[in-house]
Design a protein around this ligand. Structure first.
Ligand SMILES: Nc1nc2c(c(=O)[nH]1)N[C@H]1C(S)=C(S)[C@@H](COP(=O)(O)O)O[C@H]1N2
Ligand SMILES: [Mo]
Length: 201
């Protein structure tokens, strides 16, 4: 259980827009589940998380090793491209910059592709990932992250629509050129800024 918040990220909207609730969104107390193909199986003994690509050192973590990385509990809002937003989610996990620092980024690193156990992928420019609120989260509201919400480990991206956050994340590839992910190849916005309503491409 975690009950202290290390970082409140609910005011990051001020960087992008005037209102905490992005245009065209409605606030919900629910936490709906949205998955392209159901919840994948995983075995804690076999689980692996890899950092590959344009890094000084490629990294592979088992579940216990991942838990030794620096951790924060954050308060964040969650915006789904289908129109709902959930305020004040509490996520605990490893900030992307901490992982990037561990791996060491090459000078020409510019983009990131996230991989997941259900063969989902999603992409972001590196600078959109090097923000402390881009979290590899393993707890939600002080409990283990529920499997349908991406447990054991998911990414959250409170400055983007939530499809930029891979549930069941198992790898990060640091790229020197952009590569599009699952929804980005299928008509969803590559940039996904909720305050600019970047829903479709
Ligand atoms: N691996 C994986 N990650 C995913 C998805 C998915 O299908 N597979 N769906 C995305 C979409 S479209 C959204 S809106 C959010 C939904 O997260 P939730 O189910 O926890 O609400 O997860 C994103 N991450
Ligand atoms: Mo979504």
């Amino acid at each position: 259980m975690t009950d202290t918040v290390d970082r409140n990220c609910t005011e990051l909207y001020a960087e992008f827009g005037d209102e905490r609730l992005p245009p065209g969104q409605r606030e919900t107390e629910e936490f709906p589940v949205l998955s392209k193909s159901g919840t994948p199986e995983w075995d804690p003994d076999e689980w692996e998380f890899r950092v590959t690509g344009a890094v000084e050192q490629e990294l592979t973590f088992g579940w216990d090793e991942f838990g030794e990385l620096p951790t924060e509990t954050q308060q964040q809002d969650f915006h789904c491209v289908t129109g709902w937003s959930k305020f004040d989610c509490q996520f605990t996990g490893v900030p992307f910059p901490a992982l990037a620092e561990r791996a060491g980024l090459h000078d020409d690193a510019s983009h990131v592709l996230f991989y997941a156990l259900d063969d989902y992928t999603t992409n972001l420019p590196l600078e959109d990932c090097l923000r402390p609120e881009v979290l590899f989260a393993y707890e939600f509201d002080g409990e283990s992250l529920p499997e349908d919400h991406g447990g054991p480990l998911r990414v959250v991206t409170p400055h983007k629509y939530a499809y930029k956050g891979a549930k069941w994340v198992c790898g990060v590839e640091i790229l020197t050129e952009q590569e599009r992910g699952y929804w980005e190849k299928r008509g969803y916005s590559n940039t996904a800024d909720p305050w600019n309503e970047e829903r479709y491409s």
